[in-house]
Design a protein around this ligand. Structure first.
Ligand code: CP3
Length: 333
């Protein structure tokens, strides 16, 4: 059994496995080389040879316990026929939602568009490097996808008030998102993903009174569906105010925490395996500081099943030597 599966299924506290969100990305010069020659990000994600190579890059450098596929949560709206573009220094830009078109999309059409993603997973699972390690498939949580699909760009810090105006559209769109998220998950698992992470990057934007409708209900459906496929599922409801309530309501196999929440508080109140927490900015400081901060998480979760990770993705300015230092330090703990 892989170290991550042991941690989740056997509740092992002995080993502290490690992988990093955005471990395949811009902080690696070998990624930037490929990226420079491939200006269209979606096309790059759909180039199964290159996306396989990019997913393998961090595993060649560091002794990580899992790979994650090089893809994006916005491949789902793309697969549904909404236009998605990644603009330099701006981020994603989406076209207007044509709800009738999205609702009429068939599973076959969707799968056909995203076939290279499943082929990438298949390639990865055959690779020598991933043996004994886990391979992460992932999806965006319905709420976070809804945010991008309606807002049509990153909400940065807050959503504008008229986001919630069209209740009918929101209701229909959430249903379409849940339906196709399940389809996307099913095909990732069939292709060889051994574990799933659900990214809810904008969970922190939802008011308490709206949590059930936007977060709990749709996420529960996705979590239960993943469990029915017999793969563990990790939820990352970034900046949600009440992680304990989230865990009790959703019942994921693991919850991944952000860097604004007190890890001691999490360790005292939540029983299930925990992942992550370390502020990615710490990797921009120095080794002494990194050691102190990483050790703080390891000490707090010493007697807890814990998967080491960050509280959000690796930042593009990160020195790969700092990542190397971190991985070795966690392995030697
Ligand atoms: O290594 C990995 O973690 C796997 C690949 C991965 C990417 N995106 C590649 C990517 C994963 C797991 C994601 C998830 C993702 N994508 C999330 C959830 C996690 C989070 O960061 O909150 C979100 C919200 C997105 C949407 C997205 N994709 C945005 C807002 C942006 C632009 C801002 C940014 O970080 O660059 C992206 C682009 C993106 N996705 C890049 C990568 C490597 C950078 C593309 C580039 O090279 O320009």
């Amino acid at each position: 059994m892989s170290p991550i599966q042991k941690c989740i299924k056997k509740k092992s506290t002995k080993n502290k496995p490690i992988w990093l969100m955005r471990q395949a990305g811009r902080y690696l010069p070998e990624f930037r080389d490929i990226r420079a020659k491939n200006p269209d990000f979606i096309k790059l994600c759909l180039n199964e040879k290159l996306s396989t190579e990019i997913s393998l890059q961090p595993l060649r450098r560091f002794d990580l316990d899992a790979g994650i596929i090089f893809s994006d949560i916005l491949m789902l709206p793309y697969g549904l026929g909404q236009s998605v573009e990644f603009k330099k220094n701006f981020g994603p830009e989406l076209g207007e939602v044509q709800i009738e078109n999205l609702s009429n999309q068939s599973e076959a059409q969707f799968i056909k568009k995203l076939l290279p993603v499943y082929n990438l997973i298949n390639n990865m699972s055959k690779s020598e490097i991933i043996k004994e390690k886990d391979l992460f498939g992932f999806v965006g949580a319905p709420w976070t996808l809804l945010v991008y699909m309606i807002n049509r760009m990153s909400p940065k810090k807050k959503l504008n008030k008229n986001f919630f105006n069209n209740k009918d559209l929101i209701d229909k769109l959430l249903k379409v998102i849940v339906k196709f998220t399940k389809i996307h998950l099913k095909h990732q698992v069939r292709a060889g993903a051994t574990i799933i992470q659900i990214f809810d990057s904008w969970a922190g934007l939802v008011d308490e009174k709206d949590l059930e409708y936007f977060i709990y209900k749709p996420t529960r459906e996705i979590v239960n569906f993943s469990k029915s496929l017999n793969v563990p599922v990790i939820c990352f409801p970034r900046e949600i105010k009440d992680y304990k309530k989230f865990v009790e309501t959703i019942n994921p196999d693991v919850v991944s925490i952000d860097y604004n929440i007190d890890p001691k508080d999490i360790s005292d109140t939540i029983q299930i395996p925990i992942q992550g927490g370390l502020d990615p900015k710490i990797l921009l400081s120095n080794k002494e500081n990194l050691k102190i901060e990483a050790k703080r998480y390891l000490d707090i979760f010493k007697d807890h099943p814990y998967i080491f990770n960050l509280g959000h993705g690796v930042l593009p300015e990160t020195d790969p030597n700092m990542v190397d230092y971190l991985v070795k330090m966690v392995k030697d703990y």
